[in-house]
Structures are given as structure tokens and as C-alpha cells.
Write a new protein. Structure first.
Length: 125
């Protein structure tokens, strides 16, 4: 009986470590503001991922666009960032040397169409 208890305790501890190490889901795509993602880009039709990639960094970083919120276009779908994600995305865009089409790896917890962002880094190929 003691062996079963120790084995169960070890299994619980191992699962806890795995859960603590889990940093969330990660996706790669282009950062775009909600105004463009749901308005101009969506109305262009066709390949929304390409349309989002053609938005300039300067446009996305305009005050009105930043106020609408930022998100990620990945796999043809738009994911809205949480407040932390907006700040991280703005910093990543400002740091990027690309004006258009920069790809970013976003890590965080995805719930529906929203990402609770833990990290954003530019993907260089």
C-alpha cells in the first residue's frame, strides 16, 4: 500500500512539473490592428493573411489603430491580444526592421479568438 501511495505521489509531482513548464500555445503570423483586421483587410477578400501582411508597420502603430487593439493573423484567422499582448506587440513592431510582412511567434493561452500573451518574438528566416 505504501508503494502505491509513493507511486501516486510521484506521478502527481511529475504532472505538476509538466503543467508548470507549459508556457502555452504558440503561433506564427503577422501582427495587425483590429481596425484593419476586421475592416479594411477583411473587406479586401481573397487571402486575408496576405492582406494583413501588406499592412505597413507605420499604419499599425498609428494611435487610432493601436487604440483598436492588436492581434495576430495566423492560419487565415485573427486572434485578438490581451492588454499585455498589445504592449508586447507594439514593442516588437517598433523593434522590427521590416515595414511589411514581418512574421512573429506569439506564445500564450488561446481562448476562442483571444490570446493571453506571454511572449512575442520576430521570426527571422
Amino acid at each position: 500500500m505504501l508503494k502505491k501511495f509513493i507511486f501516486s505521489l510521484a506521478a502527481i509531482m511529475a504532472l505538476s512539473l509538466v503543467a508548470m513548464a507549459y508556457d502555452g500555445d504558440s503561433m506564427v503570423g503577422v501582427i495587425v490592428d483590429k481596425n484593419c483586421a476586421t475592416g479594411k483587410v477583411a473587406k479586401q477578400g481573397g487571402d486575408l493573411q496576405t492582406a494583413a501582411a501588406n499592412e505597413s508597420r507605420g499604419c499599425i502603430l498609428m494611435d487610432s489603430c493601436l487604440k483598436s487593439g492588436l492581434g495576430l493573423y495566423s492560419g487565415g484567422k485573427y486572434y485578438q491580444f490581451d492588454a499585455k499582448g498589445n504592449a508586447l506587440a507594439k514593442a516588437a513592431l517598433e523593434k522590427s526592421k521590416k515595414d511589411k510582412g514581418a512574421n512573429f511567434k506569439v506564445t500564450g493561452k488561446v481562448t476562442g479568438n483571444t490570446i493571453e500573451v506571454s511572449a512575442i518574438e520576430e521570426v527571422t528566416e
